[in-house]
Design a protein around this ligand. Structure first.
Ligand code: NAD
Ligand code: ZN
Length: 391
């Protein structure tokens, strides 16, 4: 089959590889209908996540049709159209039973590496390096899906693949980020980053009762999506002082909650430093958590900082004095996608939220190398690329 493979920093190729096979009774094989390129994939593209190996298949956002089932999967059938959450979760461990799906104890065979770096394990993720289990990803014609009996959600017959693709990751990620803000009616929520995750966070914040949302970025087309599709006030951080503008927009108080949908892009080389630490060579240079510092500064006293943006390794010199003095709450983490898929699919079905407005490019799998380049450089108005193996 064809698959989008990582061969090194800025080196993405479409290779011929062997088809996946059922390995465990709880596996299924999904024939991929659509698959997204995520901002998280850019961390791999830019060589920020160690333990990638040349030939690893990328992609953790995919929907498709079941073509083969392991003997233990009795709740699904061949031909079912399914959403596949990006974290791989066993459904049986203490964490899965608490609904903390992305913290699953059993799905990552290499989690000892994370344990050494961070003191605890983390779930497996499709196509996201050997730190996260070394699973083959979904930017391919077929994928092996482990623990399919707990992970997969059938797509309502009236919904198209495109309508539900973002339930695999960025819609639940934006929703969890907004939920973590404990929004009360009348609240103002500011979102740093008007990429796919930031836009989904803005939509979700409104859905959860925010009276005002404010989007911050530097790309005019992304700010325009925030304004036109998410009803947000917008701030171009290259043209205005962000904290000052936010204070002016909120009667001098600051937003009730601030969401960091930027992550590592504004950080530096954190994970490499942490990973080197495992190898006993600690490096801490290039640490610049710019957006996060701004969030802490701008947020009102007693407010919430919600961080869906991915950070890894060390983020040093954080203004903890401000966090303490202002009594801020910080919430973050990988999204517990399984928790949200059914509810959010219903919102899509009811027409309350349409997530397809973020799609700017539809491409064949073969075009993925150019797609990664385009998305990384944010050229041609690129916000979200959807790959279709049938094109
Ligand atoms: P993206 O790269 O398309 O968007 C990031 C946006 O942030 C860009 O538009 C960029 O211009 C903007 N930005 C950069 N520096 C900024 C600053 N200082 N102030 C304001 N805006 C700034 O990526 P995306 O797909 O939207 O993903 C965003 C983040 O969410 C990434 O870190 C990604 O890894 C993460 N993510 C996390 C989860 C999770 O489970 N928590 C899931 C999916 C994605
Ligand atoms: Zn993603």
């Amino acid at each position: 089959m064809k698959a989008v493979c990582w061969h090194g920093k800025h080196d993405i190729r479409v290779d011929k590889v062997s088809d996946p096979e059922i390995v465990n009774p709880r596996d299924v094989i999904v024939k991929v209908a659509l698959t997204g390129i995520c901002g998280s994939d850019l961390h791999l593209y830019n060589g920020k996540i160690p333990t990638m190996k040349p030939g690893d298949i990328l992609g953790h956002e995919f929907v498709g049709e079941i073509v083969e089932l392991g003997s233990a999967v009795t709740n699904l059938q061949r031909g079912d159209r399914v959403v596949v959450p990006f974290p791989i979760s066993c459904g049986d461990c203490w964490y899965c039973k608490q609904g903390l799906w992305s913290l699953c104890d059993n799905s990552n065979p290499n989690s000892f590496l994370l344990e050494k770096m961070y003191g605890d394990t983390g779930a497996g993720i499709y196509g996201y390096s050997h730190l996260y289990g070394g699973y083959s990803g979904g930017q391919a014609e077929y994928v092996r899906v482990p623990y399919a009996d707990v992970g997969l959600v059938k797509i309502l017959p009236e919904l198209s693949y495109e309508q539900v693709l973002f339930l695999t990751d960025i819609f639940p990620t934006g929703y969890q980020a907004a939920e973590n803000c404990s929004i009360k009616p009348g609240d103002t929520v500011a979102v740093w980053g008007c990429g796919p995750v930031g836009l989904m966070a803005m939509k979700s914040a409104t859905q959860l009762g925010a009276a005002n949302v404010i989007g911050i970025d530097r790309f005019p087309d992304r700010l325009e999506k925030a304004r036109a599709n998410c009803n947000a006030e917008v701030i171009n951080y290259e043209q205005a002082d962000v904290a000052e503008t936010l204070h002016n927009l909120t009667g001098g108080r600051g937003p009730d909650a601030c969401i960091d949908a930027v992550g590592m892009e504004a950080q530096g080389t954190g994970l490499e430093a942490a990973y080197d630490n495992v190898k006993q060579t600690l490096r801490l240079e290039n640490e610049r958590p710019i957006a996060l510092r701004q969030l802490i500064r701008a947020c009102r006293k007693g407010g919430t900082i919600s961080i869906p943006g991915v950070y890894s390794g060390f983020v040093d010199k954080m203004p903890m004095g401000a966090v303490f003095a202002k009594g801020l709450t910080i919430k973050t983490g990988q999204t517990h996608v399984h928790r949200y898929v059914r509810h959010l699919m219903q919102l899509i079905q009811l027409g309350e939220i349409d997530t397809t407005f973020i799609i700017t490019h539809r491409m064949a799998l073969e075009e993925a190398p150019g797609g990664y380049r385009l998305f990384n450089e944010k050229r041609d108005g690129c916000i979200k690329i959807v790959l279709n193996p049938k094109l």
